[in-house]
Design a protein around this ligand. Structure first.
Ligand code: TRP
Length: 475
């Protein structure tokens, strides 16, 4: 059955190429920029523990489901869902799951590109020696100067969006595959080096405590506007949302990458490699950043600027720091680049399939749309920084428009998409179809996967949602 369909967009050249591309999609700003700052905002260890649990029991099974659905449908997520729903004898309304994904990808890319633009900007700042022997104050100031200037932000955002669309237009294998092969290991080496620096010069023990000693009070209790503590599952939702975000799940990015996967490749093994690589990079980033935070009395909950206020300080005080700083931000740019292309691939594949326009055109159209939407994020950091649209709701009281956009996409749209993907994979699609496509060889593995996706994953996602909404409240 599965061997019958072929993707009109081509295929990965090998299993290794798929692993690289999917790891490229997973490892990005989510690991190095977002993971540390949301860990800092949500109290550390308990948050990390919930995040790791979500990767294992929700992320890994859903990633397998997404790859499986993609490879079986061999089209953009919208059309894949349509085809597979018909195959299973169910309503074609399942295609709207594909639309939800396209919308999420579009919104995420709109702000992802702005933040990636910061990384590109920092290549130049590091190269010009701005950080050499700089104090924490100087480093902080460089960041403030950048984000308070909309014109600068627009310039870097435009550059990054152009880079993304250039690769998307050329097709997925067009060059980036090779770049990833070099860049990912290099990024890993620099991160290890940074961890080494932080071990010697930072408050390493304190950072390890912060990251790995679970303090559930810090995860569940927050301060309201009057300095009073209140209980909320919001931190748990953020940890779960981040598990989806960091593995690129819940919107069809991994599904569309799976649609280019050759038959006969083990989906379980590849998923394991991707999830492990992604997790290691995030933890290394945490171990590099927090020792510097604690050694210099920086605030762990200082938000999206966290890595830009800490790492440059380390580079400024390190032997060969200028070189490493430049390299680091180049690699961060690449990590973001290999992720951003996967955010629009579902939309681009759909435009090519259904409207019949060329890849180049499809890339230009989506790129322009995302670029324009990105202005909202840019202004959230300067001219609109005082606008807190939902300040009446406790958990949203300090959130800017950018914060809310991030919350809506990562913590609501992705888990919702993932929940529906899970339901489709095990309740709608036939057992024979998923068993054949996953082809796990051992029955136990398949049974475990099916059990997780059938019961654990949907129930876990629902419990978290219902608790945050206050419909149930487990204390
Ligand atoms: N996983 C990437 C990161 O951590 C971001 C990303 C790429 C993504 N594709 C995605 C997030 C699809 C959600 C859905 O930086």
């Amino acid at each position: 059955m599965s061997g019958q369909r072929e993707s009109i967009h081509g295929q990965w050249s090998s299993r290794g190429a798929f692993i690289l591309a999917a790891t490229g999609s997973a490892v990005g700003l989510g690991n190095i920029w977002k993971f540390p700052y949301i860990t800092g905002e949500n109290g550390g260890g308990a948050f990390v523990l919930v995040y790791l649990a979500c990767i294992a029991i929700i992320g890994v099974p859903i990633m397998m489901a997404e790859i499986m659905l993609g490879r079986r449908g061999r089209q953009s997520p919208i059309n894949t869902m349509h085809t597979l729903a018909i195959e299973a004898g169910h309503s074609t309304n399942w295609q709207y799951l594909g639309w939800l994904g396209v919308a999420a990808g579009f919104l995420i890319l709109s702000y992802y590109s702005v933040i990636a633009g910061w990384a590109v900007a920092y290549v130049v700042r590091a190269a010009s020696g701005t950080f050499t022997n700089a104090s924490v104050e100087v480093v902080k100031n460089v960041f403030i100067q950048l984000v308070s200037d909309p014109e600068k932000l627009i310039a870097w955002h435009s550059l990054f969006m152009l880079m993304t669309m250039f690769v998307v237009a050329r097709g997925v294998q067009g060059g980036l595959e090779k770049a990833v092969r070099l860049m990912m290991p290099a990024l890993f080496v620099i991160l290890v080096l940074l961890v080494g620096y932080s071990m010697q010069n930072g408050a390493f023990a304190k950072a390890v405590d912060f990251l790995f000693k679970p303090d559930f009070h810090a995860l569940f209790y927050h301060l309201d506007g009057h300095g009073k503590e209140y209980f909320s599952w919001n931190g748990v939702l953020i940890a779960m949302g981040h598990a989806f975000f960091t593995l690129s799940l819940g919107m069809g990015a991994i599904m569309v990458y799976g649609s280019y996967l050759p038959n006969g490749t083990s989906i379980a093994q590849t998923t394991f490699v991707i999830a492990l690589a992604d997790t290691v990079v995030a933890l290394l980033a945490g171990l590099a950043i927090f020792p510097i935070v604690f050694a210099n009395n920086l605030e762990p909950d200082s938000g999206p600027g966290l890595i830009f206020n800490t790492l440059p300080f380390a580079f400024g005080h390190m032997e060969g720091g200028t070189l490493f700083g430049v390299l680091f931000f180049i690699l961060l740019t690449f990590a973001a680049w290999t992720s951003s292309i996967s955010l629009v691939e579902p939309a681009v594949a759909w435009l090519v399939e259904n409207i019949g326009i060329s890849r180049v055109r499809a890339a230009v159209i989506t790129g322009l749309g995302c670029w324009a939407a990105g202005l909202v994020t840019i202004f959230s950091f300067n001219v609109w920084s005082d606008i807190k649209p939902l300040s009446g709701i406790k958990i949203f009281k300090d959130k800017t428009i950018f914060d809310l956009l991030d919350y809506l996409t990562a913590n609501i749209m992705l888990p919702l998409g993932g929940l529906l993907i899970a339901i489709f994979a095990v309740w709608i699609m036939s057992r024979e179809a998923s068993m054949e496509e996953l082809d796990m060889g051992n029955r136990f593995g398949y049974k475990l996967w099916r059990f997780l996706v059938r019961y654990i994953t949907p129930v876990a996602v629902m419990i978290v949602f219902l608790n945050v909404l206050g419909i149930i409240s487990l204390k």
